[in-house]
Design a protein around this ligand. Structure first.
Ligand code: PEP
Length: 247
């Protein structure tokens, strides 16, 4: 049985004044029946971990370097995230794939580093609008899954998030049939590669304009085990109903 996961990606938003939102979230969900993960900016990670300590909420990073340490100015290793209190890290978000030309190989190396450091790798995949319109969606997703996911993945150290690029921050959401098609495909790919037990235990999140008003119907789609939420994860008042829709 896969435990549901509500994950929030704060992106480059939030200073110390945002921490009360985490407190509100923790107080609002003292014993949730789903996992809750918030990924704040790296500068907030340690304080965020302290803020949610003793609650059911975990915190995570938004990226990490593939190396353990070294001459990589401005970068953060998986071990450093772990040391700051993270239990997971988002990798291969389309904003990073685009802005930093991160390839599937880069994402895979980062995921391997994350897993070795004891973090859950939340690996993002998703097609552009042009790719969807060209009928290439499943080819793109299949290539990203094959190239970005390390061989040592398990249901405990890997989460996959399907995030169509054209749905991120746009208010546009795929149809439930489109989400079902991609999630069924991803499940099949994982089961083929890792076997039914491991492939069937990896959690698959949907991400892209998830809001309180559309969460319940998205969560009703088979093989959707939760959501990766951007904008609507910044305020407890928006994220709480999304968590409740999963419970
Ligand atoms: C995201 O950036 O991962 C995301 C899904 O953003 P939003 O929910 O704002 O579309």
């Amino acid at each position: 049985m896969r435990r549901k996961l509500a994950a929030g990606n704060w992106k480059m938003n939030g200073t110390g004044t945002a921490l009360p939102e985490l407190e509100a979230l923790a107080h609002g969900h003292p014993a949730p029946s789903v996992d809750i993960l918030i990924c704040p900016p790296a500068t907030l990670l340690h304080r965020a971990a302290q803020t949610v300590a003793g609650s059911a909420i975990s915190v995570g990073g938004q990226d990490c370097h593939a190396e353990v340490s070294g001459a990589h100015t401005g970068d953060i290793s998986a071990g450093m995230l772990k040391d700051a209190g993270a239990s997971a890290v988002i990798l291969g978000h389309s904003e990073r794939r685009e802005s930093y030309a991160e390839s599937n190989g880069t994402v895979c190396a980062k995921a391997r580093a994350a897993m070795r450091a004891g973090l859950v790798a939340v690996i993002c995949v998703g097609e552009s609008l042009a790719q969807r319109e060209a009928g290439e969606t499943l080819d793109i997703i299949g290539g990203q899954l094959a190239g970005s996911i390390p061989d040592e993945s398990t249901g405990e150290n890997l989460v996959v998030a399907y995030e169509p690029i054209w749905a991120i921050g746009t208010g546009k959401v795929p149809t439930l049939e489109q989400i079902a098609e991609v999630h069924d495909f991803m499940r099949g790919q994982l089961e083929r590669r890792f076997g039914a037990e491991v492939g069937g235990s990896v959690r698959l999140l949907y991400g892209g304009s998830v809001k309180p008003g559309n969460a319940a119907e998205i969560f009703g789609v088979p093989n959707v085990d939760g959501a990766l939420v951007g904008g609507a994860s910044l305020k407890a008042a928006d994220f709480s109903p999304i968590i409740e829709a999963l419970e």
